[in-house]
Design a protein around this ligand. Structure first.
Ligand SMILES: Nc1ncnc2c1ncn2[C@@H]1O[C@H](COP(=O)(O)OP(=O)(O)O)[C@@H](O)[C@H]1O
Ligand SMILES: [Mg+2]
Length: 402
């Protein structure tokens, strides 16, 4: 029996942990939080802070694991790479993991390779911030060099905005660095790329729609297939693969994020080296019939990933509507009652839905990924119809607030 190490065992990892066990693998889970939901479902649970590479390596050695992976947790990607490299297990390598998790290193590498991206500059203090804005212009986007989930990400419309937000962006970065980029207006898209032995292939490309205002970076709707077409679609497909190759990922699942602007251009926002959170694995499963967790498990264990497993089996239009505050379907305020999910699940075309809302929590306007409090996935003959169905079904969850 083979043993696989899950680095991080939170809500997003839990289903993958169960799937690994159903597949006959022995699962070792590590998470700093001893009550992490995935730990209870692991064969072996270790309450270890996964940012401690030595401690995680010790766990991996002690349980003689055959491979390691993470799902959705960007901060675990360099840890998985370091532990697997140290133990001589299948690994993307620490150098590659750095390029895929550190936004400045990533941008530099993409620039060398000539991959289309916004103007950018690295920033460690206010003086560099002002110089960066002079270079990239306004509006701009400020982000921590190494963080995720929209934490510390701000749109800058003035030099005052830089002064107001720089300390937060820097504080979110473990290396105390931020990046300032030209704001690119347009349609954001998510790609899923599978790299096998250096050969990268695009599996899905979908629209990632965002709310107006402070939550401008949060994906609150996904629509498959993407709504661009013709030359721009071809360009986006090419850039998604090119970015993954430029960053040197030879075996792994990559998550390129792109923006298509109205003038026909496409730029790379970032590329992650993992199964994304936010129901993207569900999107891939319903849209093209590929099981990303199975692919990730095989790659972690150094097993072959044949075409039958890695290539699209069909193409099913769908939409995912996250449950977020207005103008999303949820009210804002303190939750006093959560109605049944049944009417939502019975909605036309609905194939999956869930909510993480809890009585007593406060629903706030959308600002972070974490403000998504559930989701509805609907399929249809076209992506437009699928979105209408997902929107309609999302309205069927009754939530009372005070
Ligand atoms: N240069 C940019 N122009 C426009 N929007 C951007 C830009 N960079 C980031 N964003 C928006 O902010 C979001 C978060 O940025 P990203 O670089 O993906 O950071 P994170 O690691 O938090 O996901 C993106 O998904 C996108 O919606
Ligand atoms: Mg991102």
């Amino acid at each position: 029996m083979k043993t696989v190490l899950f680095v991080g065992a939170g809500r997003h990892q839990r289903r993958a942990i169960l799937q690994a066990r159903e597949r006959g693998l022995r699962v070792v889970g590590v998470d700093r939080n001893p009550d992490a939901p995935g730990l209870a479902d692991s064969d072996v649970a270790e309450a270890v802070d996964f940012t401690d590479v030595d401690a995680v390596s010790e766990v991996a050695r002690r349980h003689a694991v055959d491979g390691a992976l993470t799902v959705s947790a960007d901060r675990a990607v360099p840890v998985v790479a370091a532990v697997t490299e140290r133990l001589g297990l299948p690994s993307i390598g620490t150098a590659c993991a750095h390029l895929l998790t550190h936004k400045i290193a990533m941008r530099r590498t993409l620039a060398y390779a000539g991959v289309s991206q916004p103007e950018f500059a690295a920033v460690r203090d206010r003086r560099e911030g002002r110089a960066a804005l002079a270079t990239v212009g306004l509006p701009a986007v400020l982000k921590p060099a190494d963080s995720g989930g929209q934490r510390g990400v701000f749109r800058l419309d003035s030099y005052d905005d830089l002064d107001a937000h720089l300390h937060v962006a820097l504080a979110e970065s473990r290396s105390g660095e931020a990046i300032v980029e030209a704001f690119t207006d347009g349609l954001e898209m998510n790609g899923i790329v599978i790299a096998r032995d250096g050969d990268a292939a695009l599996l899905t490309l979908s629209d990632r729609l965002r709310p107006p205002g402070i939550g401008f970076g949060v994906g609150w709707i996904h629509v498959y297939p993407a709504s661009i077409y013709g030359d721009q679609l071809e360009l986006a497909e090419r850039i998604a693969v090119q970015a993954v190759q430029a960053l040197g990922l030879r075996n792994g699942i990559a998550f390129p994020q792109l923006i298509a602007s109205r003038d026909g251009k496409v730029v790379v926002v970032e590329v992650a080296a993992r199964i994304p959170g936010g129901q993207m694995a569900d999107l891939v499963r319903h849209a093209v019939g590929v099981d990303l967790v199975e692919v990730a498990l095989r790659q972690a264990l150094g097993e072959e990933v044949p075409d039958e497993i890695a290539l699209p089996r069909f193409s099913q239009p769908l939409a995912i509507r996250f449950l977020t505050a207005q103008p999303g379907p949820l009210p804002t305020g303190r939750v006093t009652r959560i109605g049944s999910l049944d009417p939502v699940l019975a909605g036309e075309g609905v194939v999956q839905a869930d909510t993480y809302l809890q009585v007593g929590e406060t629903i706030r306007p959308v600002r972070l990924d974490g403000d998504r409090r559930g989701y509805v996935i609907a399929v249809a003959d076209t992506n437009v119809q699928a979105l209408a169905r997902a929107e309609a079904a999302a309205q069927l969850l009754e939530v009372n607030v005070e």
